[in-house]
Unconditional design. Structure first.
Length: 368
């Protein structure tokens, strides 16, 4: 029979973790001496087992406890020695860590808000789930209008409490209607209104320049004596400030939108450099062309009336711009679908540092 005091003494005398592991195997391993004693219990008589069993079990528990205590002491000593030997060089640069970046859409939204704030516009918001009255009817779109068709609009199966069809808004123009109604209620005689409505919109379309969800910013001015000259100046001042170029040239073309009359498509001159479109100059100049960037016009009388204003006293203009396309044009991106892929490689290339985002270097002129 092994002497328990001798076993514990050997364990306490182990100077390294490797030596301690060797003793564990020697005594408690499958072929260890204490494990061998435990195996002999099966061949003993009941009387012998009652005498020898407790002795062997005490030996096993004593060895196990001594091994655990010595291991803890050796690991603590090793850690103390390592902490005493190691030092930290505070002059070394910190290891690189992952950094987030500002999405181009967020950056362009901030730039647009900055420009229109200088022009005296307030930001208005509204629900993305709309009813067909705010999204279509109030904007002078009859039920037969193609924009109401299922292939363009995401409809919900249920109607609201007023019996109106519910849908994902196809533009941010409903925000204009809601803002006009709120203003007319607060000021029964009417009041000037100057807002921009940025946000997500939804249409059933997908290719390199269209996605089912995209971003728009629409503007609305309601006041007395408003005319096309005010609209042209506002758009020209906005585009010059956004693209940070003084040589922006606009071309206004007659068009049709049910919510404006007259309606105007706005083109800008551009040239191609290295496969990238660069805005600036006249589209009629050599090496240049015209590119449509937004739609606009004078607010239709029916829309003014739906908003709660008297169209014989109040006039206004409105415009709508695709934020995603503005980002593509300003920062040289060629596929709208990449904005929503969630590819961090794309974001690391086109994204903006959260600590060093660009700002518009120039402001705009005196508001209308």
């Amino acid at each position: 029979m092994l002497d328990i005091d001798q076993v514990i003494a050997e364990i306490d005398g182990a100077g390294t973790l490797e030596a301690l592991e060797a003793l564990r195997i020697q005594y408690l391993g499958k072929q260890g001496s204490i494990s061998g004693l435990l195996k002999t219990l099966g061949g003993m008589s009941p009387e012998q087992r009652q005498i020898e069993g407790p002795k062997i079990q005490t030996l096993r528990e004593g060895a196990t406890t001594a091994l655990a205590a010595r291991k803890d002491a050796l690991e603590t000593a090793a850690l103390d020695a390592r902490l005493a030997a190691e030092t930290i060089d505070l002059s070394l640069p910190a290891p690189a860590s992952p950094r987030g970046s500002v999405h181009p859409i967020s950056q362009v939204m901030d730039e647009l808000a900055e420009v229109f704030a200088d022009l005296g516009f307030a930001v208005a918001t509204g629900p993305e789930i709309e009813d067909d009255w705010h999204n279509f009817t109030a904007l002078n779109m009859p039920e037969s209008h193609p924009a109401r068709a299922m292939h363009d609009t995401f409809y919900f199966p249920d109607r609201n409490d007023a019996g109106r069809e519910m849908l994902l808004r196809t533009h941010t123009s409903p925000v204009q209607i809601r803002s006009m109604i709120e203003t007319a209620k607060a000021n029964p005689g009417g009041a000037p209104l100057r807002i921009v409505a940025p946000g997500r919109v939804y249409r059933s379309d997908s290719d390199a320049t269209h996605t089912p969800m995209f971003h728009q910013i629409e503007g609305l001015v309601i006041d007395k004596g408003i005319h096309l000259g005010h609209l042209k100046w506002t758009l020209e001042a906005f585009l010059k400030a956004f693209f940070e170029r003084d040589d922006i040239v606009l071309r206004l073309r007659p068009s049709y939108f049910p919510f404006t009359e007259p309606s105007i498509e706005v083109d800008v001159g551009y040239s191609s450099t290295g496969g990238r479109r660069v805005v600036g100059g006249s589209g009629d100049a050599p090496g240049h062309a015209w590119m449509e960037v937004l739609g606009s016009g004078m607010v239709n009388r029916h829309v003014v009336t739906a908003g709660g204003f008297d169209p014989d006293e109040w006039q206004g203009f409105a415009f709508g711009i695709g934020v995603d396309r503005l980002a593509m044009l300003k920062y040289g991106m060629d596929d709208l679908r990449a904005f929503f892929d969630g590819d961090v490689r794309w974001l690391s290339h086109y994204g903006f540092s959260a600590l060093d985002v660009p700002t518009l270097s120039g402001g705009v002129g005196t508001p209308v």
